[in-house]
Design a protein around this ligand. Structure first.
Ligand SMILES: *Cc1c(COP(=O)(O)O)cnc(C)c1O
Length: 384
């Protein structure tokens, strides 16, 4: 059996090595290292893939979120609502811009923002909602967009974990994750579903004026060379990363399907286990469906309900099976973000999830021999 990895980036590279190597060399020899033709072409190709009018590449997914909030003109004191159960980048940029983060609980089944909690958190100071499409599945965007419309709020979708995922509205319209709110942001960190070989990120929008503002903001607030109209940042995607992303974008749908196949295999194996809860689909999607186009399984995350999650984590490591606890601490309990405004009773689900979740190896190169070993090791341990 090949060594099991949480994410097998080298295994994936092996299969596209020739293309990648020659393209990287081409960029090196071109002398255009920043904002060259590769970046421009990648931008166009990603716009086509997503069906969105504007993609603004930038340096990473955290910058993408920050620039999104700057571009929307959010001001210190404005409240921005996001999920308590996510990676810290989202809340970090809210705090950095001196906006007020308002964390809300998530749903136990989908790990995404709880709509009742969202509604309850809205105040006259609320300006934006940042749904995070956690682990590869869209939040309930139809409801989020409706709530935002009623209260006149911006919706910024954090799509760092869900690029390529589809969302189907109740009237049958399908949209790609990140293209439904006024802005979508993503990350091309190597381990993300569309990852480059370094840092990278992008901002998506269908709004022409906003796109113009954002394009200047990523480049020192310059709309004309050496004329600085607004305070911007330096956040660019470099040409080598764009070249890698252009190649990998052509495989993205196939990569998503590889992940779904692996998820289905895990799901079937665990379906009769009483202490193991497998990931649930939201938004009217059906998990076992062979034509699934919604969840892209950035993570495959179980909930272990008999209190043995921590022991399982160690047992798997002892058996050479990498695994991870995403996330071990709720954001509202993180030292950097504790706030007297928060009430533990409002975070019942997050507080439970941090004790029960465990994410298994999930990537495009998993084989069934590896999965069988992972599954057997888990089931034997949980039932003993
Ligand atoms: C990875 C990630 C980010 C940050 O992306 P970087 O490129 O690492 O800055 C933001 N939000 C979520 C949900 C992420 O998973």
């Amino acid at each position: 059996m090949r060594k099991i990895q949480m994410v097998d980036l080298l295994g994936q590279y092996d299969k596209i090595q020739e293309q990648i190597d020659s393209k990287i060399l081409e960029v090196v020899k071109s002398g255009a290292y920043i904002n060259g033709p590769e970046v421009h072409n990648f931008q166009k190709e990603l716009e086509d893939y997503l069906g969105v009018k504007h993609v603004i590449p930038c340096a990473n997914g955290t910058d993408a979120l920050q620039i999104a909030m700057m571009g929307l003109g959010l001001k210190p004191g404005d409240e921005v609502i996001t999920a308590d159960f996510t990676f810290a980048a989202t809340v970090e940029v809210i705090a950095l811009l001196q906006l007020t983060p308002v964390l809300v609980d998530v749903e136990k089944d989908t790990f995404n923002m709880n709509l009742e909690a969202l509604k309850k958190a809205i105040t006259p100071k609320t300006k934006a909602i940042v749904p995070v499409h956690l682990f590869g599945q869209c939040a309930n965007m139809e409801a989020v967009l409706e709530i935002a419309k009623v209260h006149n709020l911006f919706v910024i979708e954090d799509t760092a974990q869900a690029i390529g995922a589809n969302y189907t509205f109740s009237n049958g319209t399908k949209k790609k994750a990140g293209t439904m709110g006024i802005i979508g942001t993503t990350s091309f960190f190597p381990s993300k579903n569309l990852g480059c070989y370094g840092d990278g990120g992008a901002i998506f929008t269908n709004d022409d004026d906003l796109a113009h503002i954002l394009r200047g903001m990523v480049n020192h607030g310059m709309y004309k060379r050496y004329y600085h109209d607004v305070v911007g940042v330096n956040s660019r995607l470099d040409s080598i990363q764009a070249a890698v992303l252009r190649i990998k974008l052509t495989h993205l749908d196939a990569y998503c399907n590889e992940r779904r196949k692996a998820a289905r295999y895990y799901n079937n194996a665990f379906k009769n286990e009483q202490f193991i809860s497998t990931p649930k689909m939201g938004n009217g999607c059906e998990f076992v469906c062979d034509n699934c186009d919604c969840h892209v399984f950035h993570q495959y995350t179980l909930q272990i309900t008999n209190g043995k999650r921590n022991e399982l984590h160690q047992h798997l490591l002892d058996n050479g099976i990498p695994n991870a606890i995403y996330y071990p601490v709720a954001l509202h309990s993180q030292k950097a973000y504790v706030d007297a405004r928060y009430n533990e009773a409002d975070f019942k689900v997050t507080n439970e999830l941090i004790e029960t979740v465990i994410s298994l190896p999930m990537h495009t190169e998993l084989d069934t021999e590896q999965q069988d070993f992972i599954i057997k090791t888990i089931i034997d341990f949980i039932n003993n």
